[in-house]
Write a protein that binds this ligand. Structure first.
Ligand code: FAD
Length: 452
């Protein structure tokens, strides 16, 4: 293609790659969508270069797909219309940890785990922790407004974003937000970019707030002999105004697939368990644990394991984080849903998963951030079951919306949920978003075909 030749002349052959294997790798993410192919991958090293790429793309109307770690599960990083994938792997610097102001300045391609490690050295904590933190980037987290286990107490990515440097679709560069804790000048423009999945602008620098590293972490492991008890118990914890930093749920549908790695931690009759974690000052954590024990007891916990050692804790979290990759190795295709309902309805989500199993005869594996009302209902399917899968997904979304829930608590709409947005939002709300898209990206080159 002529324009690729020109792009290579501008950025150098080593940073504009159009050989097939690279294009294939950078045209996939964790959504399982495999039938799109970008024309080339560009590796910018600065905001100026990103701006030049966008000016170039705008002039020739070439689609742009920004890409972080490619761990998205809704298809946000798939180059649906071909064109250029911008990889941020060379813009991966932690620029500044400002200890006096408790802020952090980073490039978009920093792997989240590196942020955790670096800020911790200075006694700080950056809480949002998608289970993919070893591979996802902070740019991708902003673009999906990522959540994770620690979000019940500490909030999601958007709660930590102070300001953004963004390159707009025709190459203009803006700084939006402020490096202050409070800010109210004009509309919440940074908020429009949070969760925009690469469709409104490309982030080139991110300014985050930090909090002090908690003094102490205590983990509880709590098995139940009924899945419903685990669901009700998590709502009861919150109803009792106890806010752990995590309440994660895993049930027997996962044990069946993962087997002894998980089962060996529990009595045989276990059907589900909660992994609960508190953080804070030692005294506070002690009090929280005293408060939660009777709630767990009253809600049919068959055991309450406390005093979990750090190495055991790490092991448990590793197993928890590996569930999705493990499901993907089973040979089935995995549709990983991330529906979220108000706290009090959490146990209904477990029932809905059971209904899907019965009605659609699909394998369904359930785990996730139950404390937030956010469960990963994973539908395992085979090629010939595509139709059934789509009906099951629609069934799930309709049920969740009836409970005042959302079809996506953290993964975003991307490609996979695009046709279903109307279940949750009315036409006026969708059309406002279309207008915003048109203003910011009049030529529709930024990640076209996503969200709306
Ligand atoms: C095993 C596993 C566990 C997961 N657990 C969680 C979880 O607990 N919580 C959660 O929220 N998610 C989770 N996810 C989903 C995923 O990791 C998150 O959505 C993550 O934020 C994506 O980051 P990424 O860097 O991989 O982005 P990508 O997948 O590369 O991209 C995601 C979106 O961001 C856009 N984007 C990327 N960089 C930029 C940029 N610089 N500017 C503008 N747009 C950009 C892309 O165009 C795309 O639309 C999980 C995924 C896996 C595979």
């Amino acid at each position: 293609m002529k324009w690729i030749k020109r792009l290579k002349e501008e950025f150098g052959k080593d940073r504009v790659i159009d050989e097939i294997e690279t294009r294939r790798i950078y045209s996939k993410d964790e959504s399982g969508i495999e039938d799109s192919l970008c024309d080339c991958v560009v590796f910018p090293e600065s905001e100026k270069e990103v701006s030049r790429i966008l000016k170039f793309a705008s002039r020739f109307k070439i689609p742009i797909t920004p890409r972080g770690g490619g761990t998205g599960v809704s298809g946000g990083a798939i180059p649906l219309k071909g064109g250029i994938v911008i990889s941020f792997s060379k813009m991966n610097k932690i620029i500044d940890i400002d200890e006096k102001n408790m802020t952090l300045e980073v490039e978009p391609g920093v792997i989240l785990e590196n942020i955790f490690k670096e800020v911790e050295k200075s006694g700080f904590f950056y809480p949002p922790d998608p289970a993919s933190y070893e591979n996802c980037t902070i740019g991708g987290n902003i673009a999906t407004n990522a959540g994770g286990p620690r979000c019940i107490k500490h909030g999601v990515t958007s709660n930590y974003v102070l300001a953004l440097d963004v390159v707009l679709s025709e190459g203009e560069r803006i700084f939006t937000g402020r490096k202050t804790r409070k800010w109210k000048a004009g509309y919440n423009l940074p908020g429009i970019f949070l969760g925009s999945e690469g469709t409104l602008g490309v982030f080139t620098k991110i300014y985050l707030r930090l909090i002090p590293l908690p003094e102490c972490i205590q983990t509880l492991l709590v098995p139940f002999d009924e899945k419903a008890y685990a669901g009700i118990c998590s709502s009861e914890i919150i109803r009792n105004k106890i806010i752990p930093r995590c309440i994660e749920y895993v049930d027997e549908s996962v044990f069946e697939i993962i087997g002894d790695d998980i089962k060996r931690f529990f009595p045989d009759k276990t059907r589900a368990f909660l992994l609960i974690e508190f953080d804070g000052k030692e005294e506070e954590v002690k009090k929280d644990i005293e408060k939660i024990l009777p709630v767990l007891d009253k809600n049919h916990a068959i055991e309450i394991y406390t005093g979990i050692k750090e190495y055991e804790r790490q092991k448990l979290w590793k197993i928890r984080r590996d569930i999705l990759p493990f499901l993907e190795k089973t040979g089935y295709k995995v549709r990983s849903e991330d529906v979220c309902v108000p706290f009090a309805h959490t146990s209904n989500l477990i029932k809905i998963a059971d209904e899907i199993r019965k009605t659609f005869d699909l394998k369904v594996c359930v785990f996730g951030h139950i404390g937030d009302g956010n469960l990963h209902i994973n539908l395992l399917w085979e090629k010939q079951e595509k139709e059934t899968l789509n009906r099951a997904v629609e069934f799930l979304y309709r049920k969740v919306v009836e409970l005042n829930g959302t079809i996506t608590g953290e993964h975003g709409i991307g490609i996979l949920k695009k046709d279903f947005l109307g279940i949750e939002q009315d036409n006026t709300v969708i059309s406002i978003q279309r207008k915003i898209k048109k203003i910011l990206d009049p030529k529709n080159i930024l990640n076209p075909g996503k969200i709306i």
